[in-house]
Design a protein around this ligand. Structure first.
Ligand code: CA
Length: 492
């Protein structure tokens, strides 16, 4: 009897201690807030410098860079919306997660980082644009736009059905819903992962009323390559359908088919380069006003975290599903492995771990995000994920064997914007691209760029004998990466 009581007491003490250990580790583990927008070019973030630096478009996102780390060389593996999101969740390139392009479905049953976070005691929530049809898995709470979603009067899908927010702008509603979850949806005993995914600044660039008004009379610097004629590059650059001059429509894209913009255009009677300049300026007014709207709302989230005292133990990150052309090469849109769409913004703030105001210039890619989230949470990382945790980089301790090259592969052709299929390899200095398949002469066309001497990627050096040795090495590296990342042979 006595012995039994002792055993019971010992059992109780052990149970209480185990509970304390669990509680302690839950409190120690950081919360994670991931803010992600659609088509936000790094050029349009003040902290990244460049021609919009002085425009003060993104004070709140810039504050994350000031308090955290800005990644100068963050890239995607396939520069297009839905595949980028599939990579974000799976930590795998398109050929392994099955999401090659914006068409076709996504297999939600496969492994995704949020399922592992959830199993390891995290509360998980996804709010906004995910662009993967079907019910989300691994999220305790999810509320997502159907497909592309709408800027105005957006509808959201949850497990319970559809709700429309009439008279409201998607950037505000997504933030409101995220704040609502932070206020009422959280389980205080668990650390959380909250993903806030904006639709803005995706085409057709519809800012909120306040920002539209603020930006309507502003003018912005032009890129040096606005009137690019694509000499020096191959078929793909010549034959794309994503130019400001031809593809961007005055009515649908620039909302100048009627109203004040039409009156302005009718009065100006522009032609040739002057018309392209007007289209560029009008595009920038709308696009950058969308960015300013996102930044305002990033500010609302940061303010809430601070007010609730959550900022100290919450990692905050900002990124986008890929980069975008803001008139460089005369383009809008993405898809190409050229710099502006291959790169993506990525900034992380982690009090006590990341040194404020630091910059990292290692090669990182969106296959790394899923592993990074798991590492931050102290959760196990499955062996078949293809990236690497960025936590050591955030601590300023880049491993000696960190990658020196990146693999890229774009698949959506024939399709809107007519960008030929291509794959490629890039290091810090050189980039080798292989366009292939339908509508590529002899079904294979190569381009090579020395980013040191040609940072705007205007003249392929593929036939320059000076580079023959480098190109040979890069071709070997491309084959090594194909093998390393398990790219199937029928995809080339
Ligand atoms: Ca996108």
């Amino acid at each position: 009897m006595f012995q039994h009581r002792i055993l019971k007491t010992v059992g109780l003490v052990i149970a209480v201690m185990a509970g304390m250990v669990l509680l302690a580790s839950a409190a120690d583990r950081p919360n994670i807030v991931w803010m992600f927008s659609d088509d936000h070019a790094y050029q349009a973030i003040g902290a990244y410098g460049g021609r919009f630096e002085k425009e003060n478009l993104t004070p709140h996102i810039d504050s994350l860079a000031r308090d955290g780390m800005l990644f100068e060389r963050a890239y995607v593996g396939n520069s297009i919306c839905a595949p980028s999101r599939a990579t974000l969740l799976t930590g795998k390139h398109s050929h392994l997660n099955g999401k090659y392009d914006n068409r076709g479905g996504f297999n939600h049953d496969q492994q995704q980082f949020q399922k592992i976070l959830q199993k390891n005691g995290y509360q998980t929530a996804m709010i906004g644009k995910i662009h993967l049809s079907g019910a989300m898995q691994g999220f305790d709470y999810w509320e997502v736009l159907p497909g592309q979603g709408n800027y105005w009067n957006p509808s959201f899908i949850t497990e319970k059905g559809k709700t429309q927010y009439k008279g409201q702008h998607s950037t505000k509603v997504i933030t409101d819903r995220a704040l609502n979850w932070l206020k009422t949806g959280r389980d205080g005993k668990k650390p959380f992962m909250l993903m806030v995914h904006y639709k803005a600044p995706h085409r057709r660039w519809e800012p909120n009323t306040e920002m539209k008004e603020k930006f309507k009379n502003r003018t912005f610097p032009e890129p040096d390559t606005l009137f690019d004629d694509y000499e020096g590059r191959g078929t793909a650059a010549h034959k794309q359908d994503m130019s400001i001059s031809k593809t961007m429509s005055i009515g649908r894209d620039l909302k100048a088919g009627a109203g004040p913009r039409k009156e302005e255009l009718d009065k100006l009677k522009l032609e040739g380069k002057d018309l392209i300049r007007w289209k560029y300026q009008t595009y920038m007014k709308d696009y950058l006003a969308c960015i300013a709207g996102v930044d305002d709302n990033v500010g609302r989230i940061l303010e809430h975290l601070k007010k609730q005292g959550l900022d100290k133990n919450t990692i905050v990150m900002y990124s986008a599903d890929q980069g975008f052309y803001l008139g460089e090469h005369g383009w809008f849109d993405k898809r190409f492995m050229y710099k502006e769409s291959f790169r993506t913004p990525f900034i992380a703030r982690w009090p006590g771990v990341i040194k404020p105001g630091s910059r990292n210039s290692d090669l990182v890619q969106n296959i790394d995000f899923a592993e990074t989230f798991l590492d931050m949470a102290g959760a196990p990382i499955p062996g078949d994920m293809q990236g690497k945790s960025l936590v050591p980089l955030m601590k300023g301790e880049t491993p000696k064997d960190w990658r020196t090259s990146l693999y890229y592969h774009y698949y959506e052709y024939p399709a809107v914007h007519s960008v030929r299929k291509h794959e490629g390899v890039a290091g810090k200095r050189y980039k080798l691209i292989r366009f292939y398949g339908k509508d590529v002469p002899n079904s294979e066309e190569w381009e090579f760029f020395d980013l040191k001497t040609d940072p705007s990627e205007m003249k392929s050096g593929y036939n320059n004998p000076e580079y023959a040795g480098v190109i040979k090495d890069m071709k070997a590296e491309l084959l090594r990466l194909r093998k390393f990342y398990k790219v199937p042979d029928n995809q080339r």
